[in-house]
Design a protein around this ligand. Structure first.
Ligand SMILES: [Zn+2]
Length: 77
């Protein structure tokens, strides 16, 4: 389940809560002063959608051009 952050408009205390997505906007009391907190924009989806880098270090290097005799796959020299 995603982690949501809620900021208190009264004391600025940030409360983190692990909730179901359907409960994300349900009322929640500040754990510091008890006022109703407001949900912050989550970075959860942005973090999860980042493309993986360097997954194929040999990609684009022109496999077979290294002279090792293997036209396919990475060169193990
Ligand atoms: Zn508060």
């Amino acid at each position: 389940m995603p982690v949501y952050e809620y900021a208190c408009p009264r004391c600025d205390h940030v409360t983190e809560a692990i909730r179901r997505m359907v409960d994300a906007d349900a009322p929640l009391a500040c754990e510091s002063c008890g006022a109703e907190v407001q949900r912050q924009h989550s970075t959860f989806l942005a973090e999860a959608s980042k493309p993986a880098s360097n997954s194929q270090p040999w990609a684009g290097s022109g496999g077979g051009d290294c002279g090792c005799g293997n036209p396919h796959g990475p060169c193990n020299r």
